[in-house]
Structure formats: structure tokens, C-alpha cells
Design a protein around this ligand. Structure first.
Ligand SMILES: *Cc1c(COP(=O)(O)O)cnc(C)c1O
Length: 366
């Protein structure tokens, strides 16, 4: 049987049925219903953050929080190209210009020593990515943002349930976006959230995700539609109950991988970050000077029906759709390019059996 790179976490079938039973009584399926409100409250408590706004997916959550900041069209946002398409697209779809900063070699997050040289009088914000659940250097980013009057919005799609010194990463910057897509550590089938502290953003985000409709005869804002529905919220309520078990199982898988392939010449793994409790979202492995290249390993695994992922390759800055953008080109971020050509994320999910981890490692080490 094929081993996929990931496998969605699902609650016991009966538990989900029980959770959605009320919906057959209420016939209330969306528009900020009871499940939506309950999950929102649970997440605010769980993450220890004043406000959570729930979305139908993470991408629209990111697009909307950028829109909520009301930046002047054509302003520049400093971000990294070593990410999923969504991060860069969310900037451009808001009429803003991505300025690509390189990443650091250690944890693949934004290189905080290279941000300031990219700041111009058109810069309005920084959108760093907690890539693979590795956490950005928030203190340094905060300091730069404060000195230059910039907003900070984190793409925290990979970092749900990660804490730094006991506090959720949801508290960093002006806002953080989480994705609850089926492939993420915590899923609501599809879904996402923006987390923030500022009270006045609550209304703006509600307007943006619900057509700007405030009452039956009132529309103050040109909003779109990006609300999380009741089935998504019910899935989230169930999955949240099992999250810590799922993460514990993922941790066992990662520890087994580490036992097998750390200390192999030419194979580089991410180190654990100080003070950070991981969610074990991904297992990225860099093949740098190993007897096989990343692409060879990818092909060898595929021959055995094991699907790894070249995540993230290519860089978003070298996508065809950005060909004519002035900031395009992988050569501008040499570290990101180097890593994207050598990195592979190996299969990782809660129910991946250790025997299969052994098989994967045997192929890599053969
Ligand atoms: C998954 C992901 C997103 C988008 O989230 P969706 O919920 O799939 O829309 C954005 N950024 C990163 C880095 C992601 O991995």
C-alpha cells in the first residue's frame, strides 16, 4: 500500500456524528452558528489569545488579515520565498508587492540579519513564516518592526499548538494565521484562523469574511465570503479533544526517524529550538553531500510507493506566475535556493507505524 506524505487526523466516526446531531435539529449550517462560536471560544482559551476569527480556509484568513491592515496599494511587504504558494499569493492578491528576504540555514525561517537592508519608504509590513513549525526569531523581528513602524503578520500555518517558553505562538506580532487544512496537525477539514489582540480588528475581519453585512439592511464594507461552516467547526471541536494524543504519536515517529538517520554524514536534520515545544508537523531532511541527491532519494522512495515531498521546491519567487515581477528570481535568495534544492519532507502522521519508518530509513541508508 502507498505511504502518503501525510494522512489526515480524524476523530472516531461516532464522535463526529454525535457532534453534528444538533445540526439536524437546528438546520443552522453556517453563518457563525453555535459550533462556530463554540470552537472560536475554545481556541481563544486554548491559545490564550483575546481574539480568534475563524475562516473557511487558512489562505483567505491570511488574505483578509492583510486586507484588514488597510495598507496603501503598491506598498511592499518583506517575506520569504521558502513557503507555500499561499503566503506570496495573499500579498499579491491584496495589490501589494512581495520583497523576498533570504532565510537562515539553521531553521529555514527569515534571516533577521537581512531584513533591514530591504526596508524602503514603501515597506508596510513583514510576513515571516514559521516554516515546518520552526519558530521565527520574534524578538529580533519585533525590534525591527517597532523601529521602522511596520506591522508583523505571521504565517503560522504550520505552527498550531507550538509554544515558546510556555506561551502560544498565536501571541506573536500584530496577528498570526493558522491553517486547519486536512493536511495540517489540527484540521477542520478545510479551515483557518486569524489570532490577534487588538479589539478593533474583530469587526473588520467579520466584515471582510461576511460580505460586509452588519444587519439585514446594512452593508458598510466590501467584504467577500470566507466564513467557517458548522461542519468544519464540529470537526475542529472533535479533533481538538484528540490533539495532544495525536502530537504525542507524531513525536514518537519523529524520534524514531531521528534515531535512524541523525549522525549520518550528508544528512542534516533541524535541531530542536530552545524553549520551543514542537507540534511535530513535518520531518524535513536535507541531503547535502550525501551519497544520493534529494531527487534520487525522492525517486527511490517513489519506486517503493512511498511519497515524500519536495517541500518547498521551487521557491515561490521562481513560480512562472511571478516571471515578470521585479522581485522574482531564486538567485536573490541564495540560501533559500540552496536549501530548496536539497530538502525533502518524509512521510509523517500520527498513525504512521514504526515498521514503515524503518522501511523508509532502510531505503535512504541503502
Ligand atoms: C497550508 C498553508 C497555507 C494555506 O492554508 P489553507 O488552509 O490550505 O488555505 C498558507 N501558508 C502555508 C505556509 C501553508 O502551509
Amino acid at each position: 500500500m502507498t505511504i502518503q506524505v501525510t494522512c489526515s487526523s480524524m476523530p472516531p466516526f461516532g464522535e463526529f456524528c454525535e457532534e453534528v446531531r444538533d445540526l439536524w435539529d437546528s438546520h443552522w449550517l453556517t453563518n457563525m452558528g453555535a459550533k462556530h462560536k463554540l470552537l472560536q471560544k475554545q481556541l481563544e482559551e486554548y491559545l490564550g489569545i483575546p481574539h480568534v476569527s475563524l475562516y473557511t480556509n487558512g489562505h483567505l484568513a491570511l488574505e483578509n488579515i492583510i486586507a484588514a491592515m488597510n495598507f496603501t496599494q503598491g506598498s511592499e511587504i518583506i517575506t520569504t520565498p521558502f513557503t507555500f504558494a499561499s503566503t506570496t499569493h495573499a500579498i499579491v492578491r491584496n495589490g501589494l508587492i512581495p520583497i523576498f528576504c533570504d532565510i537562515n540555514e539553521k531553521d529555514y525561517t527569515i534571516d533577521v540579519n537581512k531584513i533591514e537592508q530591504l526596508i524602503t519608504d514603501r515597506t508596510c509590513a513583514i510576513i515571516p513564516v514559521h516554516v515546518y513549525g520552526n519558530i521565527c526569531d520574534d524578538a529580533a523581528i519585533e525590534d525591527i518592526a517597532r523601529r521602522h513602524g511596520l506591522k508583523v503578520i505571521y504565517d503560522a500555518a504550520h505552527a498550531f499548538d507550538v509554544t515558546v517558553n510556555g506561551e502560544s505562538v498565536a501571541n506573536m506580532g500584530n496577528a498570526s494565521m493558522f491553517s486547519f487544512h486536512a493536511t495540517k496537525v489540527f484540521n477542520t477539514i478545510e479551515g483557518g484562523a486569524v489570532c490577534f489582540k487588538e479589539d478593533k480588528l474583530v469587526q473588520v475581519l467579520n466584515d471582510l469574511k461576511n460580505f460586509g453585512i452588519r444587519g439585514q439592511e446594512e452593508c458598510d464594507y466590501i467584504g467577500g465570503n470566507a466564513k467557517m461552516n458548522e461542519f468544519q467547526a464540529a470537526m475542529g471541536i472533535c479533533n481538538l479533544r484528540h490533539l495532544s494524543d495525536e502530537i504525542t504519536k507524531r513525536k514518537k515517529v519523529v524520534e524514531h526517524y531521528r534515531e535512524r538517520i541523525s549522525n549520518v554524514k550528508g544528512i542534516k536534520l533541524c535541531e530542536e529550538q530552545e524553549g520551543v515545544v514542537s507540534n511535530y508537523a513535518y520531518f524535513p531532511v536535507m541531503f547535502d553531500g550525501y551519497k544520493y541527491s534529494r531527487n534520487e532519494i525522492f525517486d527511490m522512495l517513489k519506486q517503493h510507493d512511498i511519497l515524500a515531498r519536495k517541500y518547498f521546491y521551487p521557491l515561490t519567487s521562481s513560480f512562472a506566475c511571478y516571471k515578470y515581477y521585479p522581485t522574482a528570481g531564486a538567485e536573490k535568495t541564495p540560501v533559500a535556493r540552496y536549501i530548496s534544492e536539497r530538502i525533502l519532507t518524509l512521510p509523517l502522521y500520527a498513525d504512521l507505524v514504526l515498521k514503515d519508518v524503518d522501511r523508509i530509513c532502510d531505503i535512504i541508508l541503502a
